[in-house]
Write a protein that binds this ligand. Structure first.
Ligand code: CA
Length: 219
């Protein structure tokens, strides 16, 4: 999962970035409304974490512009504006969820996952192939009914592949899901995590399409 964080408070921004990174979520961070619009136009994100009180352009205006363009990206508004009226305004403008500062980082992460899950659509959340069963909602991975523990980065790769079975992701696309702008990318990171996943899930689980990238089989 990759999210755009829009937050002008450096301390909050850093804390959110560290917490999301620890959860295997890649974060691009911008500090004003105009930069947010530039990033949203240039890159694909799974969700937007939006502060409302921002320099250059207010968060509500960023949100309004986004929805006016027809974007359906899940938006979690995180703000200190906590009157009922302001909340209603945020939701009416197209926010999917609302969190008031100060907030709990674990709650932020849980709500973010819930939003992205909802956006990906319902249906059977499980991906099953052979004796491997993956539940993206609970992040539970079973191999022959035994629970397998993945690192947050292994999970980030697996979650990306399983969200679109049959789609081929290039190494660069997977790297992008692993790291935000600030992250250091080791040159063979994707191969290392794929290797780890294959050891845990079976060599054939992740398919390498020569010269193109990686995928999991469409069921
Ligand atoms: Ca602010």
């Amino acid at each position: 999962m990759k999210v755009l964080l829009v937050e002008d408070d450096v301390m909050i921004g850093e804390n959110v970035q560290i917490a999301l990174d620890g959860d295997g979520i890649a974060v691009d961070w911008v500090k004003d409304g105009a930069a947010a619009e530039t990033a949203l136009a240039a890159y694909a994100y799974d969700a937007l974490l939006l502060d409302l009180g921002l320099p250059q352009k207010d968060g509500i205006d960023v949100l309004r512009g986004l929805r006016a363009k027809g974007s359906s990206i899940p938006v979690l508004v995180v703000t200190a504006r906590d009157t009922l009226e302001q909340r209603v305004q945020g939701l009416n403008t197209g926010a999917d969820d609302y969190l008031v500062k100060p907030f709990d980082l674990e709650e932020l992460i849980a709500r973010l996952h819930a939003l992205v899950r909802r956006a990906r659509g319902g249906g059977d959340p499980h991906y099953r192939k052979g004796d491997v069963a993956i539940n993206p909602a609970t992040r539970q991975v079973l191999v022959a009914d035994r629970q397998v523990v993945l690192s947050s980065r292994e999970w980030a790769i697996l979650d990306t592949l399983v969200a679109r079975p049959g789609a081929i992701f290039s190494r660069a696309q997977l790297e992008e899901r692993l790291y935000g702008w600030s992250g250091e990318v080791e040159s063979n990171a994707v191969e290392v995590y794929i290797h780890g996943l294959r050891k845990k899930l079976g060599q054939q689980f992740i398919i390498n399409v020569r010269g193109l990238g990686y995928m999991v089989e469409k069921l």
